[in-house]
Design a protein around this ligand. Sequence first.
Ligand SMILES: *[C@@H]1O[C@H](CO)[C@@H](O)[C@H](O)[C@H]1NC(C)=O
Ligand SMILES: *[C@@H]1O[C@H](CO)[C@@H](O)[C@H](O)[C@H]1NC(C)=O
Ligand SMILES: *[C@@H]1O[C@H](CO)[C@@H](O)[C@H](O)[C@H]1NC(C)=O
Length: 399
Amino acid sequence: MHLKKQVISKTKPLKGQHMFFISILLQLPLSAVLASWSVSYKPRSMCVFERSSVDFTCSFDYPYINTLKTTKWFKPKYYQKQDGSQEGIFVYHSMPSEIDQLYKDRTVYANGHKNCSLQLHNVSKSDIGKYFFRLETNLGKFTGPGGIFLDVAVLPFRVTVTMQKVNGHIHEGDSVTLKCSTETCTPQQGPFAWYKNQLLLPQATENVLQISSVSHNDFGNYSCGLKNSSITSADEILLDVRYSPKNVEITILTSGKMEQGNSVTLISASQKDDGQYFCTAKNEMGSQNSTIITLKVEVPTSNRHFLLTATAVLFFVIAVLLVLFGLIIRREQITPKKLHTEQTPAVTEDIYENLRQSPESEESHTNLIYADLKLPSSNSERPRSNTPEGYTVIYSLLS
Ligand SMILES: *[C@@H]1O[C@H](CO)[C@@H](O)[C@H](O)[C@H]1NC(C)=O
Ligand SMILES: *[C@@H]1O[C@H](CO)[C@@H](O)[C@H](O)[C@H]1NC(C)=O
Ligand SMILES: *[C@@H]1O[C@H](CO)[C@@H](O)[C@H](O)[C@H]1NC(C)=O
């Protein structure tokens, strides 16, 4: 019994062999005679590259007492229901004139015994959608539920990075997933090729590259594509792994000896800058100290003269400034003494008593006295009565 069933499927149903089929039919179990309506698709959804070919594997069944009249594949239009209740356009039809112009020369129907497999060539973005197989007999009609969803990968590839944390930087130890996909979908056919800084990563052949614990060595530009294919690879994407400073070191650009002013780390090195140095590199992830280096600054002889001259000039300038500064201070000490004088008339009187007898005392200011107790001894420094009005404040009238 089982053997004979196999004979059926291997035998092409030719016209004029009805007697053969009838004899087989008589030997079939009741379950086969009463077989229900069914369509099975494989796979249920797929993603293929533009211009490639796709196979919809399909088989169907119906009760034996039926006579098969029509077979068809249809694709609902985008605005129609996608559940198979509306037929849309015919991708394949057992009556060829029914086939839509878009699919006429691109579909090959298997047309085997209960075999509804369909091949679709040169797919494009407009082929994206659901495809249903429908059979019609003298007694009934049936559409295979669910259909097949065809998605078309529209190039170029692109790399997307996902990690568990949302909206954060990638840190060492994080788990990161890089995915090679297109704007629409990613075909499962491979092998894929992954590149880091333009170098092929030989182990990575899937469309997903999983890094369970990212390290600073994974920092770099990643790209992906198909192996052994002319399809161009994706634009590079930077895997920006954040990490604390590593291998911090000081490099002196000059070879051993440093001439004054040549330092890369000191703005202007001199002999007093001799010593041991290290630096600390720090970022938000942490910090690290460099190794220690010893710095020895040599002052070239030609520069020594310059240095001496410069020092002499510097001292001279400082000396001049000090003198000027002294003068200014002196004057400022004198100036505010009017107030002092008024507050301490007794003291003033004691000291400048002799001024009252001075023959030079004229006008009404006869009794003016000099107020500052700390007046310089030098006569030249002593303000006179004919000085500008600013100096009048240093005199006070004693009544
Ligand atoms: C259906 O037809 C296709 C294409 O001719 C073929 O590759 C496939 O093996 C057939 N399926 C069965 C179950 O015979
Ligand atoms: C494939 O389809 C595109 C339009 O989508 C067409 O331009 C191209 O010529 C077709 N290629 C072949 C080999 O038929
Ligand atoms: C990554 O690519 C960018 C832009 O091309 C480049 O500036 C950068 O140096 C690259 N980084 C690495 C680590 O190669």
